[in-house]
Design a protein around this ligand. Structure first.
Ligand code: NAD
Ligand code: UFG
Length: 338
């Protein structure tokens, strides 16, 4: 199979490209490198002995997409490309809707034109808004997103649902990721955020390595066991294998599916701090501050649909996730710039 991976140089993309190459697929990547470095793919080649074909280009450029579809016999598309910072999306809504929504429309047009009819889309647990209950199953209501990033994911899901009705030959899977963390166990590829991280795990790693002084814990008065926010952290390699499972099970059932990718277990901010202290054998400096606007108390998945439909379940523990994050951080203190 030849898989087109949009955004394949990024965090989740690079781990998925690695998994695809390892199992013998051919991979073509399109990435404009706006939030990544091609060093990630060079390292994927070093780890697998195989090279993906890289187009450094924007998915908004339909001519490049057309060239890709005519130069390669693409069987499936995995669509990671997009902007992903919740905070930035509030100050730059147009960029977010353009990249995430218009980018997907351009891609769909070109897939239709080229007769490529299998798509896996990176969605997010953010589409559930403020969860009505946990664990969140795919039956739970979506909507109520509080920022343009989340809304862009919701809009794309709706577009894909409508599109699949018009084009029933298309196989479309929206994978709703919970909180991806961790890195490849080699410590050669991992998450390399620009500037000061917004997300918990990259922030704690930079405190552990001494690049940041102190973690701000956003609230300890939530209705959770220790008062801090609870999330479903999932190892990026488990996520990658979830994409492979989605490719293998694309023909079953209806032509549109939305499936959670999580572990089904929630951990608090304090649990994560403690796991990090154990892995890095260091004290994590933190202080409790006000809640962060837009945060929910708890969010974790019911992951039974992924088990039933994809025969997939996450296998790595929170200790595995934090050990691999720390291994990546200490071997690459400045990410791919190290
Ligand atoms: P990432 O930023 O590391 O990867 C996205 C990649 O897409 C980057 O390499 C970037 O350069 C590229 N890109 C962005 N806009 C592009 C465009 N217009 N044309 C071509 N390339 C473009 O992010 P990630 O964490 O790997 O996330 C991948 C996908 O998963 C995103 O769609 C994201 O919204 C979604 N997702 C991520 C998380 C998370 O917490 N990491 C959670 C849920 C969903
Ligand atoms: N947190 C802190 N301090 C920090 C950062 C985070 O206490 O410096 C807390 C948050 O309040 C939350 C938990 O750590 O309780 C996790 O926060 P993250 O920012 O790591 O992740 P979120 O759950 O807020 O959001 C992530 C992605 C979104 C995605 C969502 C669901 O950033 O893009 O998961 O998939 F939509």
């Amino acid at each position: 199979m030849t898989i087109l991976v949009t955004g394949g140089a990024g965090y989740i993309g690079s781990h998925t490209v690695l998994a695809l190459l390892e199992r013998g697929d051919d991979v073509v990547v399109i990435d404009n490198l706006s939030n990544s470095s091609k060093v990630s793919l060079e390292r994927v080649t070093e780890l697998t002995g195989k090279e993906p074909t890289l187009y450094v280009a924007d998915i908004l450029d339909r001519h490049v997409l057309r060239d890709i579809f005519s130069n390669h016999t693409i069987t499936d598309v995995i669509h990671f490309a997009g902007l992903k910072s919740v905070g930035e999306s509030i100050t730059k809504p147009l960029e977010y809707y353009e990249n995430n929504v218009v980018g997907t429309l351009v891609l769909l047009h070109e897939m239709l034109q080229a007769g490529v009819d299998s798509l896996i889309f990176s969605s997010s647990a953010t589409v559930y808004g403020n969860p009505e209950k946990v664990p969140l199953s795919e039956e739970c209501q979506t909507g109520g997103t509080t920022n343009p990033y989340g809304t862009s994911k919701l809009m794309v899901e709706q577009i894909l649902r409508d599109f699949s009705l018009a084009q029933p030959e298309f196989r479309i899977t929206c994978l709703r990721y919970f909180n991806p963390v961790g890195a490849h166990e080699s410590g050669r590829i991992g998450e390399d955020p620009n500037g000061i991280p917004n997300n918990l795990v990259p922030y704690i790693s930079q405190v552990a390595i001494g690049k940041l002084e102190c973690l701000s814990v956003y609230g300890n008065d939530y209705p959770t066991p220790d008062g801090t926010g609870v999330r479903d952290y999932i190892h990026v390699l488990d996520l990658a294998s979830g994409h492979l499972a989605a490719l293998d099970h694309k023909a079953e059932g209806s032509s549109f599916k939305a499936i959670n990718l999580g572990t089904g277990v929630g951990y608090s901010v304090i649990d994560l701090i403690q796991a990090f202290e154990k892995a890095a054998q260091t004290k994590i400096n933190y202080r409790i501050v006000e809640r962060r606007a837009g945060d929910v108390a708890e969010c974790w998945s019911d992951s039974s649909l992924a088990r039933q439909h994809l025969g997939w379940q996450a296998t790595r523990t929170i200790d595995d996730m934090i050990r691999d994050t720390w291994n990546w951080q200490k071997n690459n203190p400045d990410g791919y710039g190290s």
